[in-house]
Design a protein around this ligand. Structure first.
Ligand code: CNA
Length: 287
């Protein structure tokens, strides 16, 4: 990167980039959602994202959704590092499995982002797919109610992709993006969920793959590693900060983060006379 030989970085990310924002991931022992599912009263951890289970009983997912709905959490240094990749003109695309919306909130533009497992930004009936106003769905879920489809009376859910559901159309852009990548950065994912996990095997075999994660995952669990594979194990914020320091970007990222977060705070401050609370329009104004 320092030598300017890298111009098309693809970032592949998961829940581990948001643990620094206070959102638990799935699989970290002790703190991950899978270790703390007793309160949702479900028969097995994956049931919470299983569409058939949701059909019978949407309440466990809705309880979790209350915690995950965008608005409660702020992006962290790792998100801003990725935004800096974009600002430096190096980000070809970010593929995220996260549904917390923090990538958008930190200012990564829509055309650089693929939310492969959907988001809370839109909602629809889980049976007939009739769209439903996302804000109304959120209000109902927050009050502990089930939003109901006006067409078929099925339960409405935010367009977060469940096991057994199709991925959004944008995801299929990977067929063009990954062959163009000249560096793949894999961050904070256990690479356990398909088809997303196999994306990391679709870059050219000579392309460097950098894993920043607490533990080795996917192809990094096998030995020997590919010649161009490298992993930095440990806490993601530490590893990303170390990388930013090597690149000489650390202060710039901190400044960006401070000014953007202050902007977001004053923009979303209810005492703000405009009374608006739209992160996307705020983000637009940053570009
Ligand atoms: P996962 O299976 O929980 O894996 C997370 C990975 O990140 C693990 O390998 C952890 O060791 C690692 N990790 C966690 N925190 C750190 C840290 N601070 N430093 C370094 N490594 C860390 O989650 P995946 O994303 O791989 O699984 C995909 C699921 C998780 C997607 O379908 C998401 O929708 C779903 N999910 C998303 C969120 C979110 O949007 N923030 C939260 C929880 C689950």
């Amino acid at each position: 990167m320092k030598l300017g030989r890298v111009r098309n970085i693809v970032v592949v990310a998961g829940a581990g980039i948001s643990t620094g924002s206070g959102i638990p991931d799935f699989r970290t022992p002790g703190t991950g959602l899978y270790a703390n599912l007793a309160k949702y009263d479900i028969p097995y951890p994956e049931a919470i994202f299983n569409i058939d289970y949701f059909s019978d009983n949407p309440h466990p997912f809705f309880s979790l959704a209350k915690e995950l709905y965008p608005g409660h959490h702020r992006p962290n240094y790792v998100h801003y590092f990725i935004r800096m990749l974009h600002q430096k003109g190096l980000l070809l695309r970010m593929y995220t499995q996260n549904i917390d919306g923090l990538e958008k909130l930190c200012g990564i533009p829509d055309d650089k982002l693929v939310e492969a497992h959907g988001s809370f930004a839109t909602a629809a009936c889980h049976l007939c797919y009739t769209p439903y106003p996302a804000e109304e769905a959120k209000q109902a879920i927050m009050k502990g109610n089930v939003p109901i489809c006006t067409f078929c009376a099925g339960a409405v859910k935010p367009n977060v992709v469940f096991f057994g559901e199709d991925l959004p159309e944008k995801y299929f852009q990977h067929a063009e993006d990954f062959p163009k990548a000249d560096l793949l950065m894999i961050m904070g994912t256990s690479l356990k969920i398909e088809p997303f996990a196999s994306l990391v095997n679709t870059v050219k075999s000579t392309v460097p793959r950098l894993l920043l994660n607490r533990d080795p995952v996917g192809p990094f669990e096998r030995r020997p590693l590919r010649r161009a594979d490298y992993m930095e194990l440990g806490d993601l914020s530490d590893s990303v900060r170390k990388l930013a320091e090597i690149l000489g970007w650390h202060t710039e990222i901190q400044d960006l983060m401070n000014s953007h977060e202050n902007g977001l705070r004053s923009y979303t401050d209810p005492s703000n006379s405009s009374g608006e609370n739209s992160d996307s329009s705020e983000t637009d104004s940053m570009h």
